[in-house]
Design a protein around this ligand. Sequence first.
Ligand code: C5P
Length: 225
Amino acid sequence: MNHNPIFLALDVPHLDAAEDLARKVCDHIGGLKLGLEFFCAHGHHGVHEIAKIGLPIFLDLKLHDIPNTVAAAMQAIHVLEPTIVTVHASGGRAMMEDAKAAAGEHTKVVGVTVLTSFDDSDLKPIGISDSPHDQALRLAELAHASGLDGIVCSGHEVAAVHKQWKDGFFVVPGLRLPKGKSGDQKRIVSPREARDAGASVLVIGRPIRNAKDPVAAARAIEATL
Ligand code: C5P
């Protein structure tokens, strides 16, 4: 994988705009993350178009269903040769094992632990009395035991998970430069802090995408690493 850990979240509804943005900043990032918004709108065709830019593709589909369905979905995206695919770790051990078994040899399957848009007050209503930190660590352990390559967690948990899982692959979203707008993200750190704590991939969307000058924003973030 490219040494630049920044994966730009291309959360834009129009394919042309996504391609345009990705081509502009491609020298200052290490990969492109295509999420639900993009995949629901443009499907395989859209992924093929973005893959032409030549950067690794992270398909952030956050799959979560019965094991058989998730394995079938993994097989269906095999042909796209994604570098990284996400499943929800709360889908359980059998689902994660089957997801990994169905994935391509060169695809890293990572488990989403606790969304970075969650804090304590969001976990209680869904029946989880633990803190986001404890719940993320619990799901990280389960993802590890299920044979996944790594997890998605916030920069607040990555150091603790890294201690337990030395060769894990850790994807960290919820990143903002000091004074950056947090939006819906609640458990945020800076890209540099996440890197120093052991993140393998830094997912960055709005701080680059919504900047007046996305190239300058990507360069500024790259320079902090
Ligand atoms: O715009 P921003 O930098 O907040 O984008 C973060 C990206 O990371 C979004 O595409 C979001 O779907 C994704 N993500 C997240 N929290 C997770 C997993 C993925 O914010 N736990």
